[in-house]
Ligand binder design. Structure first.
Ligand SMILES: Cc1cc2nc3c(=O)[nH]c(=O)nc-3n(C[C@H](O)[C@H](O)[C@H](O)COP(=O)(O)OP(=O)(O)OC[C@H]3O[C@@H](n4cnc5c(N)ncnc54)[C@H](O)[C@@H]3O)c2cc1C
Ligand code: SF4
Length: 408
């Protein structure tokens, strides 16, 4: 039984399908999440396995390195083939100027977090923030006050396992995490949580960069590994805001193109390149950047007042958004799904050609996760030449990477 569980985890990690979500650490107290030599968080056994009963079955149902399931849309949902189902869609921002400024885009998630806490709808919210002891690193945090919510506001483009926190399984919680983490929690909440599942909040996610991306960016800005970083933000304090690090009295920074575009984005782990759900289909509420587009249809990242696109995926999520709006916590204005799709080319292209990537990967000998319920093949068939090119490219890349690994 225990051997089965250890084997199941090892298989996911060895096939590079691990997203680093941390679910497995809830199933076995001897597992901890640790950075591997490539700068990604992976589960590692620290002593003999202490798996809970049924750990293997729960793992196979929830681990996003094994499976991510497409869910049946709610009855009154609008279904977009590339962005999933929603029962409400708006541009949104925090009406509290400090939260809006600190947030990654419009601070909509942070505003909802504080409102959940203020109204007693949640006793705690789990999110992610800079490690207070070592702000180069990112850790899961439990938010119980506005001040803590403010500290956790903003995207962290680095490894963090949101589910590597016992608090995600407490009742009366809300959980904010990446789409893979929310999928894992949605699939296993019935097994692991007594009482009602937490309200699940997520955001569009292009993927988790390596921790080495952060260190390389800091080095570009003249910060050595031996320097003590006192504060580190990836964005926010504006929209999109700047990557900013404080070292004693010195502050260094880089704009969004330089930080995410050139240094962090390119180090994204392989699992995320073959991710079916960067748009949080398993969540109740999802936030995204509601970028303006230029005349060619590409998103523009000029600084401005933050604006999130807010999607309600479930009636429960919609009710929470409408109640927060009625309480004056967030501002809402209508948003067309076609406009959101235009602002999110990475998300739409990744899903459109995912079946080609998955096949290319399998042919090259690397097993990706299973994605039942997403009906991917018909999306790629709409542009067969690009799909074929993608398949060939993935095949060659995976073969090359496997060869390099075997040579080490
Ligand atoms: C790895 C990553 C990839 C992203 N890719 C996209 C993308 O493709 N398209 C897009 O539109 N936006 C992307 N974003 C940005 C994010 O989706 C938007 O900024 C979103 O609109 C949230 O903005 P907000 O102001 O409402 O959230 P905020 O009010 O700033 O709240 C963000 C919340 O997310 C939590 N959080 C931050 N980083 C992480 C993390 N790494 N893991 C778990 N929880 C975290 C924080 O605790 C905070 O509570 C990405 C963010 C991350 C971290
Ligand atoms: S994807 Fe999550 S549950 Fe699966 S092995 Fe990795 S950390 Fe564990």
């Amino acid at each position: 039984m225990t051997d089965d569980f250890e084997r199941a985890v090892a298989q996911v990690v060895d096939s590079q399908a691990c997203s680093g979500c941390g679910l497995c650490t809830r199933l076995d107290s001897s597992l901890t999440m640790q950075l591997d030599s490539n700068g990604y968080l992976r589960p590692r056994f620290d002593g003999d396995s202490q798996a809970i009963p049924n750990a293997t079955a729960i793992f196979r149902r929830g681990c996003p390195g094994v499976v991510v399931r497409g869910l049946a849309p709610p009855k009154d949902a609008t279904v977009h083939p590339l962005l999933g189902a929603h029962v409400g869609l708006w541009n949104a921002w925090a009406t509290d100027a400090a939260l809006r400024h600190a947030g990654s885009s419009g601070g909509a998630l942070t505003a909802i977090h504080t409102w959940l806490l203020d109204t007693g709808r949640a006793a705690r919210v789990t999110g992610a923030a800079a490690d207070p002891a070592a702000p180069r690193r990112t850790v899961p945090v439990t938010i119980t006050s506005r001040a803590q919510a403010l500290r956790a506001a903003g995207s962290r483009y680095a490894p963090v396992a949101a589910l590597d926190s016992a608090d995600v399984l407490l009742s009366a919680s809300a959980v904010c995490g990446k789409p893979c983490e929310i999928s894992a929690l949605r699939q296993t909440a019935g097994d692991l949580i007594d009482g009602e599942a937490p309200l699940m909040l997520s955001f569009f996610c292009a993927g988790t960069p390596s921790q080495s991306g952060t260190d390389a960016l800091l080095a570009d800005l003249g910060v050595d590994l031996s320097d003590t970083v006192h504060e580190l933000r990836y964005r926010g304090n504006g929209w999109p805001g700047r990557f900013t690090a404080r070292i004693d009295d010195d502050v260094v920074s880089a704009d969004y193109d330089e930080s995410w575009g050139r240094r962090l984005g390119p180090t994204t782990q392989w699992r995320c390149k073959v991710c079916v759900d960067g748009v949080g289909e398993s969540a109740d509420i999802v936030s995204a950047d509601s970028w303006e587009s230029d005349e060619r249809g590409y998103p523009v990242f000029t600084e401005g007042e933050g604006r999130s696109a807010l999607l309600a995926r479930t009636p429960r999520g919609r009710q929470a958004i409408l109640d927060a709006h009625a309480a004056g916590v967030i501002a809402l204005e209508p948003l067309e799904v076609s406009q959101l799709a235009q602002a999110q080319p990475l998300q739409t292209n990744r899903r459109r050609f995912l079946s080609a990537r998955l096949l290319g990967s399998r042919l090259a000998g690397r097993r990706p996760p299973a994605y039942p319920g997403f009906r991917l093949l018909r999306l790629s068939l709409g542009a067969p030449r690009t799909a074929l090119r993608t398949l060939r490219g993935t095949f060659a890349r995976v073969r090359r990477e496997r060869g390099e690994r075997e040579a080490h």
